[in-house]
Design a protein around this ligand. Structure first.
Ligand SMILES: Nc1ncnc2c1ncn2[C@@H]1O[C@H](COP(=O)(O)OP(=O)(O)OP(=O)(O)O)[C@@H](O)[C@H]1O
Length: 500
């Protein structure tokens, strides 16, 4: 490439048989060329293509390059992966061969491994042999020699790898996960998700599309998306971490029922969903929470979390300022709000939980990394009203605009079922204890369960009483959040051309 003054390199680019001028500007690091094909009438092709240098996967010398090399104008790159510093060079990959349609291994070998090879990324690949294999392995291997951990599978596989990584980092930092008040050590090793499960909601919510090649490209270019994680405890015992949905009542019951019907495959979710809707079960209890005062947004402001999200960035800055002033534990003194009632559903979400079926998700303005969760309380209402609420997840209407639905942005919350409260406060009242499991409002049925189950990112929790705390940006993903459509098309068309 010739270098005229001004840090702008100019050369010719061959796209098939046609040549065109290509320029590389040092600031802001953009590669530009014009499509050599003249624009056809009615089509806007022939315009300028722009690719940030940070998104170029690889550069290879071709035969033509070698000729030019002799002229002294070309130099071989010493490090083919050295476009930007944040790119991973060595990855640890876990593949669940039984996730989803059992295509994990094939997806990795055919769609992902060739891209990693092209980008000169070296990998250690572990094909899991049983559940918790990846989690246990993360406590044994030298994780610090890797720039990232990749999981090939669904949400369950991601959860397993995340628990392994967080647990390992806490262990190495001497932090006891059982203490709900202890600040946790952040995980700087990023996690990449190659979607190959039957539920890939976390990939969808952090990338905007479920596509193994797109996710592989985000890993290669070293994208970084911080993610809040909620820790869940009961009686000073650590239960689990959650990054998407923590749901009691409706979503807990669907999971509890669907687990018994695994033989049905993914259809079990529809079946159990319908059955749970018909049963119209509600649960009594007390929800206590601390509102997230430090966050900039609110659940009903309609500001969705997108690439480079302003709200996530500002909240993190605010948290850092508080830390500098020694105020990070101030929330402990913050006021708790207490709500007692009968609930059809209690949902706490750390992200919108958007999926192809519900493109807005459970809380459309929830943020990936603002240190808060949206707590949605759906009180007892008629079946018809509950149906109206559910249907609003699939259309443009506001799903929080119902008198029986409340939503709060929170940093911490606790839940205790009425049955447990009764047992604790009146332990001597044997009669109350014995009959606590029956529904007092429908004595005729006598089959109303006093407790639901918590659905924690698709897995059940052992306790119905929980203490939940959002850990701001505890983990990082190889992702960049959901991009605005305009930017996406521009980058996608250009990078596809470079790859082909
Ligand atoms: N080799 C294995 N054999 C059996 N289970 C495994 C194996 N490897 C991982 N698992 C477990 O399988 C569970 C589900 O995996 P994954 O999320 O990849 O698939 P899925 O089809 O999306 O899952 P789900 O059935 O929850 O929708 C995970 O919780 C993981 O711990």
């Amino acid at each position: 490439m010739e270098q005229p003054p001004g840090g702008r390199l100019v050369s010719s680019l061959l796209l098939g048989p046609r040549g065109c001028e290509v320029t590389l500007e040092r600031e802001p690091g953009l590669l530009r060329w014009r499509d050599p094909q003249p624009p056809r009438r009615g089509r806007s092709s022939g315009g300028e293509n722009v690719v940030p240098a940070s998104e170029i996967i690889a550069v290879e010398e071709t035969e033509i390059d070698k000729k030019q090399c002799d002229s002294g104008k070309w130099q071989k790159m010493s490090k083919p992966h050295a476009f930007t510093e944040s790119r991973p060079k060595q990855l640890l990959v876990y593949i669940n061969p039984y996730g989803g349609k059992r295509q994990g291994k094939r997806i990795y070998e055919q769609k992902v491994a060739p891209l990693f090879h092209l980008a000169s990324i070296s990998t250690d690949v572990v094909i899991t042999e049983h559940a918790n294999h990846a989690k246990d392995n993360l406590f044994e291997v030298n994780i610090y020699k890797y720039d990232g951990i990749v999981c090939v599978g669904g949400d369950g596989m991601f959860s397993e790898v995340m628990h392994g990584l967080i647990g390992r980092i806490q262990k190495d930092s001497g932090i006891d996960q059982n203490n709900p008040k202890t600040p946790l050590a952040q995980c700087s090793i990023r996690i990449g998700i190659i979607p190959a499960g039957s539920t890939d909601c976390i990939c969808y919510a952090t990338v905007g599309i479920v596509d193994p090649e797109t996710s592989a490209l985000h890993i290669i270019v070293g994208d970084c998306q911080p993610l809040d994680v909620s820790s869940i405890h009961h009686n000073n015992t650590f239960l689990k971490y959650s990054v998407s949905l923590l749901g009691y009542g409706f979503y807990g019951d669907i999971l509890r029922d669907s687990e018994k019907k695994r033989w049905m495959g993914p259809a079990r979710y529809d079946f159990s969903g319908f059955k749970t809707f018909l049963s119209h079960q509600y649960y009594e209890g007390t929800v206590s929470f601390q509102p997230a005062k430090g966050t900039v947004g609110s659940p009903r402001d309609k500001e969705s979390c997108r690439t480079g999200c302003r709200i996530c960035r500002q909240t993190k800055q605010l948290e850092e300022q508080q830390k500098n002033y020694g105020l990070e534990h101030k929330e402990v003194e913050d006021e708790w709000k207490v709500i007692k009632g009968k609930f059809l559903a209690i949902n706490a979400v750390n992200m919108s939980c958007a999926c192809p079926r519900s493109p807005k998700g459970l809380s459309p303005a929830a943020h990936l990394a603002d240190g808060s969760a949206d707590l949605i309380l759906v009180r007892k209402c008629s079946r018809f009203n509950f149906l109206r609420y559910l249907v609003r997840h699939t259309n443009q209407d506001d799903q929080f605009d119902f008198p029986f639905v409340d939503v709060y942005r929170v940093k911490r919350f606790q839940f205790m079922s009425k049955q447990l409260e009764d047992n604790e406060s009146d332990i001597k009242d044997v009669g109350k204890k014995r009959f606590g499991q029956f529904c007092s409002d429908h004595p005729a049925c006598c089959c109303n369960l006093a407790n639901s189950t918590w659905n924690c990112d698709g897995e059940t929790l052992d306790s119905s009483a929980v203490e939940v705390k959002v850990r701001c940006q505890l983990v990082k993903l190889f992702a960049r959040g959901i991009e605005n459509y305009k930017d996406e098309t521009a980058y996608n068309s250009s990078s596809n051309e470079l790859l082909s």
